[in-house]
Design a protein around this ligand. Structure first.
Ligand code: C2R
Length: 180
């Protein structure tokens, strides 16, 4: 029982600046579920609820969290603000929620001053998915089970790509035959 509880204890904290970021940040959660990594999700904003951001980041180690993922759009200061309150690795996801389609969030998440890093992903859903995978990779350094799941996933993706290559090649050879 105790070991089951330990396994279910969240290891990754996903934080988003607004509930409106949920459709993008769900990609990070989905990747963690697929890799069997327990996580928790919350909303906190560096601008709208700075005390909540400080409290969340500074209590994370005590609660057993090992990696933070922060998704925010527009003037995205959430990832940097979390990073300022903890030495846990923080992965930033620029959310494409503004009229600038995430370019603003990309720059404000990536351009951290030296000494306070944020590992910044691509804009939007692909970035959120990679944030989940990167969090698992960080945990996989010391967790063989997660590392094996990551390796199996890579193999699956490589064989899906090979399958696509066969499909594309055969579609083209049919097309060449029809053109003759
Ligand atoms: P609303 O949809 O709630 O107006 O939010 C959110 O991440 C969201 O993408 C619009 C956008 O504002 C972002 N937001 C931030 C921060 N807090 C909220 N960038 C922050 O602290 O950086």
């Amino acid at each position: 029982m105790a070991s089951r509880a330990k396994r279910l204890k969240p290891k990754v904290g996903i934080v988003m600046g607004s509930a409106s970021d949920a459709p993008v940040m769900e990609e990070a959660a989905a990747a963690l579920r697929e890799l069997g990594v327990p996580y928790e999700v919350t909303v906190a904003s560096a601008h709208r609820s700075p005390d909540r951001v400080r409290e969340y980041a500074s209590s994370a180690v005590r609660r057993g969290i090992a990696v933070l993922i922060a998704g925010a759009g527009g003037a995205a200061h959430l990832a940097g603000a979390l990073a300022s309150h903890t030495v846990l690795p923080v992965i930033g996801v620029p959310v494409d929620s503004s009229p600038l389609q995430g370019l603003d969030a990309l720059l404000s998440t990536a351009q951290m001053p030296r000494e306070v890093p944020v590992a910044t992903m691509a804009i939007g859903k692909a970035g959120a998915r990679n944030a989940g995978i990167l969090a698992a990779q960080i945990l996989g350094v010391s967790d063989v089970e997660i590392r094996e799941k990551l390796l199996a996933r890579r193999q699956k993706i490589a064989s899906e790509t090979a399958q696509q290559a066969r499909q594309v090649a055969s579609a083209h050879s049919r097309q060449r035959g029809a053109d003759r």
